[in-house]
Design a protein around this ligand. Structure first.
Ligand code: FES
Ligand code: FES
Length: 175
């Protein structure tokens, strides 16, 4: 069972748009938030327990599985290993913030290839794929393998196919 923050900062003190110390501000999915609570609290706790952005999952809590992967300033990061202090001033994107007017190409490719099985790891897989394609628009098999997110259901072949499809949808690959 996923651990929960034993002393979560309530959502109510986090008010957007107020002039408060910038060192306590971070941006999540394009919206500003202020955090006055525990600076050592993992970002994952804040996302799930305070903001109720539960698309980001808790798996291992030790940075090993990737279920909690989000983007921090555009780069994949394991939210269970990022403290709130480290997140201050950063732009965080979660799976809830990936979609704009239409599905992100990675999300579209995931649907086309019917990647998810139980689904638990999939938000993290998608966020890692977004990061990979930003760095490597034409990823090799080795690039895809380097992601390192774990899937207990063994969806790796479909993840690979979906990433290659997302590369095409994103214009990074021609076939
Ligand atoms: S829960 Fe963060 S890496 Fe596993
Ligand atoms: S789809 Fe079940 S753990 Fe990956």
């Amino acid at each position: 069972m996923p651990k929960t923050n034993p002393d979560p900062t309530p959502a109510s003190p986090d008010k957007s748009g107020e002039a408060r110390a910038s060192t306590r501000q971070l941006t999540i999915n394009g919206k500003p938030y202020f955090h006055d609570g525990d600076a050592d609290m993992p970002l994952l706790w804040y996302l799930r327990d305070v903001l109720r952005l539960t698309g980001t999952k808790y798996g291992c809590g030790i940075g090993a599985c990737g279920a909690c992967t989000v983007l921090v300033d555009g780069k994949a990061a394991r939210a269970c290993q990022v403290t709130m202090a480290a997140a201050m001033g950063q732009h965080v994107t979660t799976i809830e913030g990936l979609e704009g007017d239409k599905l992100h190409p990675v999300q579209q490719a995931w649907i086309e290839h019917d990647v998810a099985q139980c689904g638990y790891c999939q938000a993290g897989q998608i966020m890692s794929a977004v990061d990979l394609l930003a760095r490597k628009p034409r990823p090799s098999d080795a690039d895809i393998a380097s992601i390192g997110n774990l899937c207990r259901c063994g969806t790796y072949p479909r993840i690979r196919s979906a990433i290659l499809r997302a590369a095409v949808l994103s214009g990074g690959a021609t076939s």
